[in-house]
Write a protein that binds this ligand. Structure first.
Ligand code: SAM
Ligand code: SF4
Length: 351
């Protein structure tokens, strides 16, 4: 009888262990980073990200904040250590601070970092609360320091509002990283202005290659594409870049500028392949899980979420999805054509 009891408790322990064993994909990559898009809406219309007249999803298709909580919590149970909230513009989702507060309960209990990517327009309003929820770092997207150009590229944005947001984040003790999309003929002449400003503000700066997301017309895309290899060469004409070994498991590579001590990153999904160390998946605001930014593979997590209150069903669906994570993306701008193009907009998957 004693032996039977101990067999049963061993079996139970095994079931519990396998229910919460970390997520590992078929290429032996552990999935520890979830990016979750909480809305497809935005108060800007950046030309490389959205069409001017976007059709947004009907509200009923969106996961509720409670559903997003359940899903993100299931991922954290399964080994996700870093959660990045994105969109669309995450800070325009109604009640979003309730979600941040809810997620903050996982910090130090599995979750190591809670963060967000934002256009900064609402940061002045929310920075203090974000800080209170344990957010220590934020990525702010900013492509130009010229107010007119800013309105031109974002169509609806105002630069002073974003600058106020950045200042508020810093005042709340949140470290800011600037993300700048490299755009040919648009911000080429601001390269050193952006670098000098970031050094003076003690904030990291990352350049992003424009990616073929959304149906924007092939020529327009090729017209916007400024390869970071060229951008980097121009920086190195004036400054010394020392490669850092750190990686976030994503497409960014980081360098220290010897002259200023600042950190500069390059996100080059098109000129380099970063997929072998990919540790991330992306959840949309409708509960679709994209296993790769540059592939169509997706899994519906909304159905298991809504059909069963049992989290083991949800965890099973997540595991099944991760078992289909592809080896890598197929983006390619070479031979003057856009290959591997995705017909969905970045605001849908969350950049
Ligand atoms: N609204 C927030 C923001 O702008 O930071 C979060 C969502 S936005 C889709 C996330 C990031 O994706 C931003 O840094 C944006 O510049 C970038 N992005 C959007 N469309 C892109 C594209 N086609 N290629 C490269 N980056 C893009
Ligand atoms: Fe909005 Fe961000 Fe897309 Fe700009 S990049 S339109 S701010 S979601």
């Amino acid at each position: 009888m004693e032996a039977l009891r101990s067999d049963l408790s061993l079996a139970n322990a095994e079931v519990t262990r396998s229910a919460t064993a970390p997520l590992v994909d078929p290429f032996d990559r552990a999935i520890s980073y979830l990016r979750v898009s909480v809305t497809d809406r935005c108060d800007f219309r950046c030309t490389y990200c959205m069409a001017e007249h976007m059709e947004f999803l009907p509200k009923r298709d969106l996961l509720t904040l409670e559903e997003l909580d359940r899903l993100c919590s299931a991922f954290i149970d399964l080994g996700v250590r870093k959660l990045r909230v994105t969109g669309g513009e995450p800070l325009v989702r109604r009640g979003i601070m309730d979600f941040f507060r809810a997620m903050s309960r996982h910090l130090g209990r599995g979750l190591e970092e809670l963060t967000l990517t934002t256009n900064g327009s609402q940061l002045a309003r929310f920075a203090r609360e974000l800080g209170d929820c344990g957010v220590r770092r934020v990525n702010v997207s900013l492509d130009t320091l010229d107010p007119d150009r800013f309105t031109q590229i974002t169509r609806w944005g105002r630069l002073p509002q974003v600058m106020e947001g950045i200042a508020a984040a810093k005042a709340a003790g949140i470290r800011v990283k600037i993300n700048t999309v490299a755009l040919k003929g648009f911000n080429e002449d601001e390269l050193f202005r952006l670098i000098d400003w970031s050094a003076g503000e003690d904030q990291d700066l990352t350049f992003i290659e424009v990616m073929p997301m959304g149906d924007m017309g092939e020529q327009e895309r090729l017209g916007q594409y400024w390869p970071l290899s060229d951008l980097r060469r121009r920086i190195e004409e004036r400054l010394t870049l020392v490669a850092l070994s750190e990686t976030s498991g994503g497409p960014a590579r980081y360098f220290r500028v010897s002259e200023t001590g600042q950190k500069i990153g390059f996100i080059t999904p098109l000129t380099h392949n970063f997929c072998e160390s990919c540790n991330r998946v992306r959840l949309t605001c409708t509960g679709e899980l994209f296993m790769c930014l540059g592939q169509q593979n997706r899994a519906d997590l909304r159905s298991p979420l809504r059909t069963s209150p049992d989290d083991s069903v949800l965890r099973g669906a997540i595991r099944e999805a991760i078992a289909h994570k592809p080896r890598g993306h197929d983006f390619d701008y070479s031979r003057r054509r856009v290959a591997g193009k995705m017909d969905r907009f970045m605001s849908h998957t969350g950049g």
